[in-house]
Write a protein of this length. Structure first.
Length: 145
């Protein structure tokens, strides 16, 4: 069921139920996945199960890669490979509580660095994850050779 929120016209809605927080599990409504969640050792856990930061990194990386495809097409650039490696960090916010920060490491083999940087910055304007995080968390764009 798609629920309209604000002026956006929903095209697809993912539904995942979690139970038990970081020590529980996550299950997709369409049955395509169900897995245990867990704290990483750095946060006092045993390192068993997937953690929310890994899931966010996977989603952001996949979405950003598709945004790069569109940005490259718009720039008429012959991008044949796209590597996106998000580094998602969780830490204590200065005002209390927790916050996230992301560094998107991107490699576009065969594309000159200045053009790759232009494509990555254009993708950052297109990507829904980038739009959602803009002015909310720090997101660094790192174009690698």
């Amino acid at each position: 069921m798609m629920i309209k929120i604000g002026p956006m016209k929903p095209l697809y809605t993912a539904v995942v139920t979690t139970k038990g927080g970081r020590k529980g599990y996550a299950e997709a409504s369409d049955g395509k996945f169900k897995f245990n969640l867990g704290f990483p050792p750095e946060l006092g856990g045993k390192g068993e199960g997937t953690n929310p930061e890994q899931l966010f990194a996977a989603g952001y990386g996949a979405c950003f890669g598709s945004a790069i495809e569109l940005a490259a097409k718009n720039a008429k650039a012959a991008v044949t490979e796209i590597w996106v490696t998000p580094h998602v960090s969780i830490g204590q916010a200065a005002e209390g509580g927790f916050q996230l920060a992301v560094a998107l490491h991107v490699r576009l083999p065969g594309i000159p660095r200045p053009q790759a940087e232009e494509i990555v910055h254009a993708a950052h304007q297109i990507c829904p994850y980038s739009r959602a995080t803009r002015n909310n968390i720090e997101v660094a764009l790192v174009v690698e050779d």
